[in-house]
Design a protein around this ligand. Structure first.
Ligand SMILES: O=C(O)CCC(=O)C(=O)O
Length: 278
């Protein structure tokens, strides 16, 4: 496929997978580094309320957020020329880099309820773009990504409670009537790109011994003026800090309502101010 086919698919579905963007030896280096970071006790503190007990597989393997702020390997990956080229091609303008996350998703771990990343990043104006790189092969058994095609033009939807028996986060969004999540099967080194409105998440890892590790970056469009304070400082691809304002995350959100047998998207006043790192 040439690049224009990937770009078309991204604009039609809201997501696209670029296969083998990173090589096996690069993936091995990343695995080794994150094993070290895990052994050194790194893990996102803000998730502790979401981890159920010491028996929760995520207790020993919490996700690591913003490692690019202290780890050179992660910073180099976030600003890698291949990610610069693809994010720019998909968005039509070079974005800024806002975040990294590493998920170990060990055997037995819960997934992450369906959500939209814009809800966390609050990019104004514009949106964000995720680059989700498989560090292990990912399929339905070990809890691959699930994306709902054609949801990338929706506004931010109002939050609903998630089922915390299958999700480590406790908030979700409704799936638009008639639409369904599809599993995204990937090999290590493939990168899935999706925009900030696309509904996505994952189900539990039901394998006995397969981890489903992933390294994730979030970028924000170049015309953005504001982003939630958690993502400051934002960087350009030269690694320089960019001055943006803090987003207040306000404004209405969408719900689906039945009206004369038709489902309509209705914008209402936002009730929940819950913020979840993403
Ligand atoms: O990796 C997962 O299971 C979910 C990741 C996700 O939702 C995200 O990157 O925003």
């Amino acid at each position: 496929m040439d690049k224009s086919t990937f770009i078309r698919q991204f604009h039609t579905d809201g997501f696209v997978v670029v296969p083998a963007l990173f090589a096996a030896d690069e993936i091995e280096v990343i695995k080794t580094r994150y094993t070290e970071l895990n052994q050194q006790g790194y893990g996102f503190e803000g998730d502790s309320r979401l981890i159920m007990s010491n028996a929760d597989p995520l207790a020993a393997f919490p996700r690591i957020i913003h490692a690019h702020r202290f780890d050179a390997l992660t910073l180099n990956w976030l600003l890698d020329a291949r990610l610069r080229e693809w994010t720019t091609a998909l968005l039509g303008e070079e974005p800024y880099a806002a975040q990294t996350m590493f998920y170990f998703k060990p055997p037995g771990a819960r997934g992450q309820a369906l959500h939209q990343d814009q809800r966390s990043l609050g990019v104004r104006p514009g949106t964000c773009l995720a680059a989700w790189m498989a560090v292990d092969a990912a399929d339905e058994e070990n809890g691959c990504m699930q994306v709902v095609p054609g949801t990338h033009d929706l506004p931010e939807l109002c939050l609903i409670d998630a089922d915390t028996s299958i999700s480590f986060t406790d908030k979700s969004v409704p799936i638009p009537p008639g639409k369904h999540p599809v599993p995204v099967i990937m090999n290590a080194g493939d990168v899935l790109f999706f925009n900030g409105q696309a509904i996505h998440g994952s189900y539990p890892n039901i394998s006995q011994e397969r981890f489903r590790r992933s390294l994730i970056a979030h970028y924000i469009v170049g015309e953005a003026e504001k982003v939630h304070q958690f993502y400051h400082p934002v960087l350009n691809f030269a690694g320089q800090e960019v001055t943006l304002l803090h987003s207040d995350m306000g404004g209405p959100c969408g719900i689906f309502e039945e009206n004369n047998g038709e489902n309509e998207l209705v914008m209402v006043e936002r009730q929940s101010q819950v913020w979840v790192a993403d």
